[in-house]
Design a protein around this ligand. Sequence first.
Ligand SMILES: NC(=O)c1ccc[n+]([C@@H]2O[C@H](COP(=O)([O-])OP(=O)(O)OC[C@H]3O[C@@H](n4cnc5c(N)ncnc54)[C@H](OP(=O)(O)O)[C@@H]3O)[C@@H](O)[C@H]2O)c1
Length: 167
Amino acid sequence: MEEEREQKQKGRICVSGGTGYLGSWTVKRMATLSTPPSGWIQIFDADLDRPDSFAPAIGGCVGVFHVAHPLDFDEKEAEEVKVKRTTSGTLGILQACLDSTTVRRVVYTSTVSTILLNDKAVGSDSTVDEDSWTDVDFVRRLESFRGAYVVTKTLTERIAMEFEFEN
Ligand SMILES: NC(=O)c1ccc[n+]([C@@H]2O[C@H](COP(=O)([O-])OP(=O)(O)OC[C@H]3O[C@@H](n4cnc5c(N)ncnc54)[C@H](OP(=O)(O)O)[C@@H]3O)[C@@H](O)[C@H]2O)c1
C-alpha cells in the first residue's frame, strides 16, 4: 500500500522560468528531495510569447511550477505588450497541462501586490484575502514604480483562475 502510494507520487515535474531566482531554487530543492538519477534534468527552450512552446516540456509531467514572468521594472516595454505575453503564455501553459492528461497539479507564483492595491485596502488596517483583488485601474492612476508588474501579475492570475474554474 505504502509502495503504491509512493509510486503514485513520483513523476516528472516541469518548472517554467528555471533560470530565474525562484525557479532555479525550486529545481535545486527538488534535486535534494530524492537521489536524482543521471540525466534527471532536461532543459527546454520555451517563451511566453509562443504559448505553444511549453507543451513539449509539460507533456508526461505530473506537476508544473509556473514561475516564469518578465520582471521589467525599467518599463522597457509597454504594459499591454507584457500583459499579452503573460496572459497568453500562462493560458498556453495551462492548456498544455490539460492536454497532457498527466499533470495533476499546477503551482503558480502569485505576489502580495495582486490583493493589496485597491482604494479599499490602501491605508486601511483591514484584513485582505483572495477576494481583495488589486484594482488595475487604481494602480494605473497611481503611476507608481513597478505598476505594470502589478497589473501583469493581477491580470495573469485572474485569467489563470478563470481557466481553472472553467476546466
Ligand atoms: N522574487 C520575489 O521576491 C518574488 C515575490 C513575489 C512573487 N514572485 C514571483 O515569482 C516568479 C519568479 O520571480 P523571480 O524573482 O524568480 O524572477 P526572475 O529571477 O527574474 O526569474 C524570472 C524567470 O522568468 C523567465 N522569463 C521572463 N520572461 C520570459 C518569457 N517571455 N518567456 C519565458 N520565460 C521568461 C526568465 O527567463 P530568462 O532569464 O530567460 O529571461 C526567468 O527564468 C514571478 O512570477 C514573480 O512574480 C517573486
